[in-house]
Design a protein. Sequence first.
Length: 75
Amino acid sequence: MLLYFFLLVAQADETKIVKYQSQTEIDFEAIDILGEMVKPQGSIIMERSNAKFNPLIELRTDWNPEMIQSVGHIK
C-alpha cells in the first residue's frame, strides 16, 4: 500500500501544464509551389438521366364511396 501511495505522488509531480499561444499566424506568402495542372482523361457527362422506379404507391382518383359514407356519418 505504501508503494501505491509513492506511485501516486510520483505521477502527480510529473504532470506538466501546457500553455498555448492565444493566436497563431501562418505566412503563406513565402511559399512558392511549382507544378503542372493535370486534367482528367476522357469526356465529361454533363446531364444525368433520371432514375426510373416502379411506383410503390397507387394513386386513387375515385373517392365517391368514402364521400357518400362520410355524409352518412354527419347526418
